[in-house]
Design a protein around this ligand. Sequence first.
Ligand SMILES: NC(=O)c1ccc[n+]([C@@H]2O[C@H](COP(=O)([O-])OP(=O)(O)OC[C@H]3O[C@@H](n4cnc5c(N)ncnc54)[C@H](OP(=O)(O)O)[C@@H]3O)[C@@H](O)[C@H]2O)c1
Length: 266
Amino acid sequence: MDKVILITGASSGIGRKIAGRLAQAGYRVFGTSRHPGQPTLDGFELLPLDVTSESSVRECVGEVIARAGRIDGLVNNAGIELLGALEETTVEEAKAIFETNFFGVMRMTNAVLPLLRQQRQGLIINISSLAGYMAAPFHGIYTASKHALEGYSETLWLEVEPLGIRVALIEPGFFKSEIGQRKTFPAQSIPDYAVEKATVIRAWDRFIEDGDDPAPVAETVLAVIEGRSKGLRHPVGKDTFIARLKWLAPDGLVRRRVRQTFNLKG
Ligand SMILES: NC(=O)c1ccc[n+]([C@@H]2O[C@H](COP(=O)([O-])OP(=O)(O)OC[C@H]3O[C@@H](n4cnc5c(N)ncnc54)[C@H](OP(=O)(O)O)[C@@H]3O)[C@@H](O)[C@H]2O)c1
């Protein structure tokens, strides 16, 4: 029987690469988009889904079960970013990011868990980020949402592994995608932050535009599904290994290194 994998946010970037790779490897793959516009893409079935909506989540999971009768794996990939100083950001603007990056994951996970528990097998893979364990300036809410996702996933791992359900976090560095085209900004702009914010946004856009093709992220997901890559956390890409050693470095060194990365002085 084909294993069935559901991947949120598969219309572009990392999600599309993962969905295409898993379909090529022989899995029955359902990818999603808020505006699918076509029934299939790169060999996988495309379904409508907005992870910020309870009813959309219910309908999407119901449709996969109606078509395939089971779900073996959920890849929570859908994510968006907000670029701006924390002081410029309202609670409402921050909540909008969390609705997708954090509560979207929670909605999807809660929707598939009853089935995975019933099956006594399954896998939940959450696409976190380097920002899940390392803060970036002017990316505070995105960083907070990915840090929250890390804590959530670690707890989930502790709770559901005894029920036969595996949990994994994929932590990509910078990869080429359309995330920059979807980025949002706080409505308020405070002049004191303007110069450093513009410098960071320029650097960030370049990292994504010049980023590597996300194929290694897709290979890591495949390795996790096939049990070749074990454990909870799976960093992928340049700088992720060194960033994970930040806990061993003095705070001053970490601060200098992060500021240098984004072309900020001091
Ligand atoms: N690119 C990187 O360097 C990088 C690094 C680390 C982590 N990540 C993470 O990787 C994941 C994918 O990002 P990406 O870089 O591949 O960006 P992307 O090209 O913009 O893809 C994001 C996907 O999420 C979907 N999406 C956005 N809001 C959604 C919502 N409310 N409901 C359902 N789907 C939604 C989009 O689909 P529609 O607009 O068609 O609905 C799109 O398919 C994100 O979680 C991101 O944080 C990316």
